[in-house]
Design a protein. Sequence first.
Length: 237
Amino acid sequence: MTPHIEAGKGDYAETVLLPGDPQRAEWMAQTFLEAPRCVNRRRGAFGFTGLYRGRPISIQATGIGVSSFLIYTHELLDYYGARTLIRTGTCGGLSAEVKLRSLVISQSARPENKQSGQVFGLYEADAGPDPALLSCALAKAAELGIDHHAGPTVCTDIFHHPETHTRYAEARALGALAVDMETSALYRVAAHFGARALSLLTVVDNLVTGEQADYSERQALFTDMSRLALEVAAAAR
């Protein structure tokens, strides 16, 4: 056990999918995994392990934001032997072309500003995914016919912010497609531990058009992202 995870040694697979929401973790496990078992309930951050295409896969909820995310990913990497992390999260679109309900594959992630996410100096510059995981995701998304975008994203520590309409101007000018609250941390902490990582993000609102997906449809929105993450996980070696 760790301070935040009650699972025993060997309860997690080497490949872990990382939704933020515990309900999404439970839904993904029950919907897609064969013989899923709950390995963590501590603090309501559900973790599950089961099989997908005969391969052990785990799903662990991480909560919201860099601080919570780093607790779970650090413990998974340092104590439970995780070697491949795939975020299955949500994001806000930063371009009118990034449609609601589509999928963003993060090819790089930058902190919102130099003061954002400076934990142990890990987030001072852009960070990126494992090249093989990225290549696999792009190929599988095309193969499955999943509506997706691939490009840079930006990572913020603050959800409710007084400068909602201007704060991402620099990031948008540099080509950022979307914003989330964890991807920069994912890529940096994975690199720190010599692990592989990839971030897949479903667009649930758009900061340019003002559109929002209703929370009641959120689980249905995650089908394509979950399928893609699991196909990548099953194919990764």
